[in-house]
Design a protein around this ligand. Structure first.
Ligand SMILES: CC(C)(COP(=O)(O)OP(=O)(O)OC[C@H]1O[C@@H](n2cnc3c(N)ncnc32)[C@H](O)[C@@H]1OP(=O)(O)O)[C@@H](O)C(=O)NCCC(=O)NCCS
Length: 164
C-alpha cells in the first residue's frame, strides 16, 4: 500500500518567537510519547529552548501543524531530537514530508540521520522503518524505568567516504 499523500502544502520555516515555542511544548505535553515519559509543559519548553539546536516550525494553510528540533553537532551529528505533529495533522503523510525536510537538511552536511524512538511508540517505529531507518542500538531504561529508547539510523555511507 502507498504511504498517504498530504492533501495540502506543509510550509517549513525557522522556528522563532515565544508563541511558537509554547505551541511546540503544548503539542508535546498533550501527546504520547511525552505523556508516558512524564514530561510536563515546563520541561518541554526548556527542551524547545535548548541552545545549539536548529529548529523548524511546520504550518498547513497558516495553522501550526508541527515542528522539528535538530542537533547538527557532536558524535551523533545529524540527530533529530524531536519531530512532532499536532494530532489533527497525523496520519496523512505530513510526517513523512517533515522527515524528508530534516533528512535533506542533515544530509547536506552529514552521512547519517539519527533519532531515538521510545520502545512503546509502535506507530512511530513503523513510520521510521517504512522510511528506511534501522535500529542500531537500544538504550535500556534511558529516560524512564521499564522502557527503552531505540537508536535508529539512516545512512548514505561511511563518514570517510564524504567528499570534502
Ligand atoms: C510520528 C509522526 C511524526 C508521524 O507522522 P504522520 O504524518 O502521522 O505519519 P503517517 O501518516 O505515516 O502515520 C504514522 C503512524 O501514525 C499513526 N496514525 C495514523 N493516524 C493517526 C492519527 N490521526 N493520530 C495519531 N496517530 C495516527 C498510524 O498508526 C501510523 O502508523 P501505521 O500506518 O503503521 O499504523 C506523527 O504521527 C506524530 O507526531 N506522532 C506523535 C509524536 C511522536 O510520536 N513523535 C515521534 C517521536 S520519536
Amino acid at each position: 500500500m502507498n504511504d498517504p499523500q498530504p492533501t495540502s502544502d506543509l510550509q517549513v520555516t525557522p522556528l522563532e518567537g515565544e508563541a511558537l515555542e509554547r505551541d511546540c511544548a503544548a503539542l508535546m505535553a498533550a501527546s504520547d510519547p511525552w505523556l508516558t515519559l512524564g514530561y510536563g509543559f515546563d520541561d518541554l519548553l526548556r527542551t524547545v529552548r535548548l541552545p545549539g539546536r536548529e529548529r523548524y516550525a511546520a504550518h498547513v494553510d497558516g495553522e501550526f501543524a508541527g515542528f522539528l528540533l535538530l542537533n547538527l553537532h557532536g558524535t551523533f551529528a545529524g540527530y533529530i531530537q524531536t519531530i512532532g505533529l499536532a494530532p489533527q495533522f497525523r496520519g496523512s503523510g505530513h510526517g513523512a514530508e517533515l522527515l524528508a525536510f530534516a533528512e535533506q537538511r542533515i544530509l547536506r552536511e552529514h552521512q547519517n540521520v539519527f533519532l531515538c524512538v521510545s520502545s512503546f511508540n509502535h506507530a512511530a517505529r513503523r513510520f521510521y522503518e517504512r522510511l528506511g531507518y534501522s535500529q542500531v542500538g537500544e538504550l535500556v531504561d534511558f529516560l524512564v524505568q521499564g522502557h527503552s529508547e531505540l537508536l535508529l539510523r539512516k545512512t548514505i555511507g561511511p563518514l570517510r567516504q564524504r567528499k570534502p
